[in-house]
Write a protein that binds this ligand. Sequence first.
Ligand code: ZN
Ligand code: FE
Length: 251
Amino acid sequence: MAEVRLIPCLSDNYAVLVHEGDETVLVDAPEAGPIRAALDETGWRLTTVLITHHHTDHVQAIDDVKGDATVVGPAGEADRIRGLDRTIADGETFTLGPLTVQAIQTPGHTSAPLSYVMPEEGIAFTADTLFVMGCGRLFEGDAATMWRSLQALRAALPDDTAIYCGHEYTLTNARYAHERLPNDAAVAERLKVVEAARERGEPTVPTTMAAERSTNPFLRADEPAVADALGMAGADPIEVFAELRRGRDNF
Ligand code: ZN
Ligand code: FE
């Protein structure tokens, strides 16, 4: 099994290192200092940088940290990411040393970001698409697009998958979920757990797909109980999702 190391960067970003054998993969490059410190501490030599999407807070430290690593990123955003050595298309499966990686294009936050899944390791990197109890803002896609992307992740990822996302937004997400679904016991319970973790200064990442399936309102837009709570019984899941996202934008 690969070793995984979460690296807090900037004010609320996460980078992740995945290490197995001679392979060390960095997922996203928000800030050089903490990434270098993690590499120094572990003694791991970076072999691959995996980029999820073109936003500055995910790519700005590529040059500073890459050394002789190969920089890999989404084909659909290659014209907006400087320094990619290799591009990956939607649905592509590829290997990085002993690691097998599957790419799922999950548009909505940006036009063609990739979520990366390492099925044999039971881990996935969903960047700014699927957050703990939340989802990314719709900068380059509409609600229908993002809802489709979340459904794709929901269908592809087994319950026990450990999900690493791009930001620590969980406390706000949990408070928002509880406000919109005040009678949902699982959400209320998870809000308490999240509050306690953040009070101790602990990250809430990784989450699991099972936890998200049961407490992430954005993954549950097609659940009658969620539509009911929003006063939208019988509404199209896309409309429910759009209402949840609108509310979160203004929360
Ligand atoms: Zn982003
Ligand atoms: Fe971001």
